[in-house]
Design a protein around this ligand. Sequence first.
Ligand SMILES: N[C@@H](CCC(=O)N[C@@H](CS)C(=O)NCC(=O)O)C(=O)O
Length: 201
Amino acid sequence: MPTYKLTYFNIRARAEVARYLFVLADVPFIDERISEEDWPTYKQTVKNPFRRLPVLEVDGKVFIESIAIESYLALTFGFHGKNNWEKYKIDMITYSVDEMFTKMFTSQFEPDEEKKRNLQEDYCKYKSTWLKALEAGLESDYLVGNTITLADLEFFCISEYLLEQNQSLFENCPRLKSLFDRIANNKKIADWLSKRSKSVC
Ligand SMILES: N[C@@H](CCC(=O)N[C@@H](CS)C(=O)NCC(=O)O)C(=O)O
């Protein structure tokens, strides 16, 4: 089995889905976390031409860009659907979650009050449409096909953040609520959640 090393900060954000994939696949990996204070030095030599994280190394081969990393791991471990149609739907959900992350963080960190209000409005509208579309599109016990895939892990990862902001997130989405609970209660994920490194976000 190859040696996997995933390097990121001590946060969930753009690396947690990759971590879930390792956990679900029972594949050991080095979970390297760079502290805020070590980052300026580490950044000088990080194996990414954009000088950013996450970086995945597989037997020394370097992978960058979180979505490409997740997609590679999901394909390698068998969580990327059974055919091209399923693969497309998983990608579509992955990109919609990425857009949500961007809207959420951009609105959170915008210093200008008026711009912040507009960004928050846009984020809230997007979130509401996203929830309705996913609730209506659920195919089975899982978002795509009838087994757990990368799409469910993307949904779970962003939902952890959304629930921290609003505990009644799933008030009108009973099927999504069941999906969230199903993933949280998956034995391997539950075990990971109970012992993962505590992080600010
Ligand atoms: N599109 C890239 C974005 C990577 C990115 O923005 N990483 C941030 C952390 S989430 C980073 O390394 N920030 C530190 C810096 O830019 O100095 C991906 O998804 O991997």
